[in-house]
Unconditional design. Structure first.
Length: 117
């Protein structure tokens, strides 16, 4: 797992620096302080809100899910396409999409908190 995480730092070089933090059985990938990806069982999943889920769905890439109390829970992350794992320019494109999704999701959360106050 450590080698894969080190590789991701190189892969996303054109996007800009990423940081990683251990999470349960995997890692969370951050860019500019926002979560843009998850690594679980050496598979990279990138954040995708409703506006950016289409390309993943069109490629037939699975959403990250887990089971809790007999229910399958889906998180807004989709398996990264092979092209993004093999090419730094593609990684930067898909990473930017994930970052844009993270920004929009953060803005929605901020608006919800503001309207709840």
């Amino acid at each position: 797992m450590h080698e894969f995480i080190a590789y991701l730092h190189e892969l996303f070089e054109l996007l800009g620096p990423i940081t990683t933090r251990r999470m349960f059985d995997g890692h969370t990938i951050y860019h500019q302080g926002l979560p843009i990806g998850i690594v679980y069982q050496e598979t990279l999943y990138l954040k995708a809100d409703k506006d950016h889920a289409g390309p993943y769905l069109a490629l037939g890439l699975p959403q990250f899910t887990y089971e809790q109390r007999g229910k399958v829970i889906g998180l807004p992350y989709y398996q990264a396409p092979e092209c993004a794992l093999e090419d730094r320019e593609e990684a930067a494109i898909w990473g930017r999409r994930a970052f844009e999704s993270a920004l929009r999701m953060q803005a929605r959360q901020s608006r919800r908190k503001a309207s709840a106050s």
